[in-house]
Design a protein around this ligand. Structure first.
Ligand SMILES: Cc1cc2nc3c(=O)[nH]c(=O)nc-3n(C[C@H](O)[C@H](O)[C@H](O)COP(=O)(O)OP(=O)(O)OC[C@H]3O[C@@H](n4cnc5c(N)ncnc54)[C@H](O)[C@@H]3O)c2cc1C
Length: 275
């Protein structure tokens, strides 16, 4: 089915991530198989409510028609979606966009830096990396959230921290509650310089609030990373998802089609990105 056609998805399961964020396991009602890549997104909603761009937080399972979206209720569409119950149906179009460059990671060290719900599109990428663990070198995940209560994917965070083939640094601005995770207090940028990665062989992947990505990218450039070693996932208001309406245009690029994942060197020259 072409990605511009609407499809129907049914909610199979719901997981509370934080007080304001939930993950929804969907199944495609009409298609037996649904393929997508880490970093891509769907436009999801209902007529009369509207549509929002939402990333895949799960990895596609070969031969399966299921996918997970992790959603924070901030406006019309996402507040509608957060009221969905198991068994309810919504419309979606997708998958859209260029995701994380999974073909580039072989033989590299990977630095993954996520903030808040920005871990959602990087979670699917991390699952991909761990499935291909013997083909890549060191993997470091730096994840920051405002408080302990704002950390998403608690079970995955614990699983990753328990592994010895991935280094995890989890930090909070404010340590407001006991946690079974090993946590540090401070912004993600504080921990970047202490990492023992060889920047010449490392690719960095960033997703989170734009201000976080801006300071992380600048920190990495200062350490010697080149702009094309840094990948960022951008959020822009989207309508069509197919590069026609121009809502998500920055400079000559359409975030929906050329992105949402960009090399820092591709977008840093555009004045209307904050990066
Ligand atoms: C490629 C891409 C992937 C995305 N993936 C996800 C995802 O996986 N999960 C998810 O929850 N969201 C995701 N978003 C963000 C989501 O598409 C927007 O938040 C969207 O605007 C929500 O639509 P809405 O109608 O609910 O809110 P709107 O009506 O568009 O916004 C309502 C109010 O909320 C504010 N607002 C909008 N977005 C945010 C935000 N992110 N944080 C705080 N305030 C905001 C607006 O400025 C406005 O004041 C993604 C966006 C892009 C471009």
């Amino acid at each position: 089915m072409d990605s511009i056609d609407y499809q129907m998805a049914q909610v199979l399961d719901i997981q509370m991530e934080t007080a304001a964020i939930k993950s929804y396991l969907f199944t495609c009602v009409e298609s037996k198989i649904f393929r997508f890549s880490p970093g891509q997104f769907n436009m999801i909603g209902l007529p009369g409510v509207g549509e929002a761009a939402i990333s895949f937080s799960s990895l596609a399972i070969p031969g399966s028609n299921q996918f997970t979206h992790t959603i924070a209720g901030v406006g019309n569409v996402t507040r509608f979606l957060e009221r969905l119950e198991i068994g309810r149906r919504v419309l979606f179009r997708g998958p859209f966009g260029r995701g994380w460059p999974i073909e580039e990671i072989i033989g590299k060290d990977l630095l993954i830096v996520a903030g808040g719900i920005g871990l959602a599109p990087l979670r699917s990428f991390l699952f991909y990396c761990l499935e291909n663990r013997n083909r890549i070198r060191d993997v470091v995940l730096v994840y920051g959230a405002r408080t302990t209560d704002d950390m998403v994917f608690a079970k995955d965070l614990a699983d990753w921290q328990a592994r010895d083939d991935i280094e995890t640094i989890y930090c909070v601005d404010q340590y407001n509650k006991e946690s079974s995770l090993r946590l540090q207090v401070g912004l993600v940028t504080r921990f970047l310089e202490k990492l023992e990665l060889d920047y010449r062989n490392t690719l960095a992947f960033l997703c989170g609030p734009e201000i976080m990505m801006r300071f992380v990218a600048r920190n990495l450039l200062f350490q010697g990373y080149a702009g094309d070693q840094i990948y960022v996932s951008l959020e822009r208001r989207m309508r069509c998802g197919t590069g026609h309406c121009g809502h998500c245009q920055i400079g000559a690029k359409f975030v929906c089609q050329d992105g949402p994942v960009f090399q820092y060197s591709d977008i840093s020259r555009f004045a209307d990105t904050l990066l």
